[in-house]
Design a protein around this ligand. Structure first.
Ligand code: RTP
Ligand code: MG
Length: 142
C-alpha cells in the first residue's frame, strides 16, 4: 500500500474543548505520523481560500465564520493509506451519522462544529498540504 500524506485540521470547537492530544493519540494509534504542524487563527481570507471549492454552497458563509471563530491546529499526516485512514478516523461529516468511536462521534457537536477536517483524495491532499506547508518536501518524511 502507498505511503500518503494528508492534511488534517483540528477545528475551533475541538481546540476549545481541549482535545488536541486525544485526537493526536488517535492518529498515532492508527499509524499516522504528524510530520508538520502549526497552530494558528485563520483569517477570513485564508479560510475562504482554503474552502474555495465550497464557495457557491449555501453553508459557505457559516463555514468560514466558524473556521475563523478561534484557533485551529493544522497538521500534515503521513502513513500507509493516510487519506482514507484519516477519513475513517474522522467519521461522517454529520456527527449524528458518524460511526461510534470516530473523532466526530466522540468530540463533535453539529455538522458545522464537526471537530476535524481531512483531505478527501490524493489531488486535494496535495493542494491542501501545500496550502499550509509550502515547501514541505524539503524537510518532511526523513
Ligand atoms: P471537511 O472538508 O471539513 O473534512 O469535511 P467533509 O469533507 O466531511 O465535508 P465537506 O462536504 O467537504 O464540507 C466541508 C465542511 O463544511 C461544513 N458543512 N456544512 N450545513 C451543511 O450542510 C454543511 N455541509 C458541510 C462541515 O463543517 C464540513 O466539514
Ligand atoms: Mg471536505
Amino acid at each position: 500500500m502507498a505511503i500518503e500524506r494528508t492534511l488534517s485540521i483540528i477545528k475551533p470547537d475541538a481546540v476549545k474543548k481541549n482535545v488536541i492530544g486525544q485526537i493526536y493519540s488517535r492518529f498515532e494509534g492508527a499509524g499516522l505520523k504528524v510530520i508538520a504542524a502549526r497552530m494558528t487563527w485563520l483569517s477570513e481570507q485564508e479560510a475562504g481560500q482554503f474552502y474555495a471549492v465550497h464557495k457557491d454552497r449555501p453553508f459557505f458563509k457559516d463555514l468560514v465564520s466558524f473556521m475563523t471563530s478561534g484557533p485551529v491546529m493544522i497538521q500534515a499526516l503521513e502513513g500507509e493509506n493516510a487519506i482514507a485512514k484519516n477519513r475513517e478516523l474522522m467519521g461522517a461529516t454529520d456527527p449524528k451519522k458518524a460511526d461510534k468511536g470516530t473523532i466526530r462521534a466522540d468530540f463533535a457537536e453539529s455538522i458545522d462544529a464537526n471537530a476535524v477536517h481531512g483531505s478527501d483524495a490524493p489531488e486535494t491532499a496535495a493542494v491542501e498540504v501545500a496550502f499550509f506547508f509550502p515547501g514541505m518536501n524539503t524537510y518532511a518524511g526523513r
